[in-house]
Design a protein. Structure first.
Lengths: 113, 116
C-alpha cells in the first residue's frame, strides 16, 4: 500500500528564514499532490496543488516542487513569519481514485520571532 | 460563501455508548467525505459520498460505524457502540467537480470525540 512520509520531527526556524518541508511517497506517483495547513483545533485548509507533469508551483511566499523520480515533494515558505506556525499536511490523489486524498501525518512548523 | 458546518464540536461519552455527528457541506458540493484524525496523525478517509450514493466505504468499521446522506446534502456519521480507540477528531469535507483546483477539499472545523 502507498506510504507517505513527512518530516518526522517538528521543525523550528527563525523568522525571516525559508522553511522547507518534505513529503516522500512510495510506490507509484500520484496524479496530483496537495498541501494543506492545519491550525490547532481547526480543519485543514488547502494551500497549493501540483500535478504530476508540473515541476514547480508558486503562490505568494509559498513554493511547491514535485520530483516523480525521487518520489518527493518539497514545500517552501520564504520570509517565514510567526503566523506561519502550524501543521502542514501533504496529500496525494491518484487517477481514477474518485478524488480521494491520502494524507501524510503532517509536519509541525514553529517560526520563532 | 458559507463553509462546511459540523456539530457538535466536542463530545465526551463512555465506551459502549453511541454518538452521532452532523455535517452540512458547502452548497452545491456533490461530494462529501468523512475523515478520522487521531492525535498526531493525518486525516484518514472513512467514507466518501457522491450525492446520496456511497463511492467508497472500504475503511469504515462497519460493525460500529454508519453514515448516511439521504437527500444528497447533509450527512450524519454514527458510532455505536463506541470504543476507546474511537477517540479522535471527525472531519467532514466537501468538494465540487467544477472547482478549478481539481479535487481541493473544503474541511469543517471537526467534531472532537473523547471516549472514556
Amino acid at each position: 500500500s502507498q506510504k507517505i512520509e513527512q518530516n518526522s520531527e517538528a521543525l523550528n526556524i527563525q523568522e525571516g528564514k525559508t522553511a522547507t518541508l518534505t513529503c516522500n511517497y512510495t510506490n507509484y506517483s500520484p496524479a496530483y499532490l496537495q498541501w494543506y495547513r492545519q491550525d490547532p483545533g481547526r480543519g485543514p485548509v488547502f494551500l497549493l496543488l501540483i500535478r504530476e507533469n508540473e515541476k514547480e508551483k508558486r503562490k505568494e511566499r509559498l513554493k511547491v516542487t514535485f520530483d516523480t523520480t525521487l518520489k518527493q515533494s518539497l514545500f517552501h515558505i520564504t520570509a517565514s513569519q510567526p503566523a506561519d506556525s502550524a501543521t502542514y499536511l501533504c496529500a496525494l490523489s491518484y487517477s481514477g481514485s474518485a478524488r480521494q486524498l491520502t494524507f501524510g501525518s503532517g509536519t509541525q512548523l514553529t517560526v520563532l520571532p | 460563501e458559507a463553509g462546511v458546518a459540523q456539530s457538535p464540536r466536542y463530545k465526551i461519552i463512555e465506551k459502549r455508548q453511541s454518538v452521532a455527528f452532523w455535517c452540512n457541506p458547502i452548497s452545491g458540493h456533490a461530494t462529501l467525505y468523512w475523515y478520522q484524525q487521531i492525535l498526531g496523525q493525518g486525516p484518514k478517509l472513512l467514507i466518501q459520498f457522491q450525492n446520496n450514493g456511497v463511492v467508497d466505504d472500504s475503511q469504515l468499521p462497519k460493525d460500529r460505524f454508519s453514515a448516511e446522506r439521504l437527500k444528497g446534502v447533509d450527512s450524519t456519521l454514527k458510532i455505536q457502540p463506541a470504543k476507546l480507540e474511537d477517540s479522535a477528531v471527525y472531519l467532514c469535507a466537501s468538494s465540487s467537480p467544477g472547482t478549478k483546483n481539481t479535487g481541493e477539499l473544503f474541511f469543517g472545523e471537526g467534531s472532537r470525540l473523547t471516549v472514556l
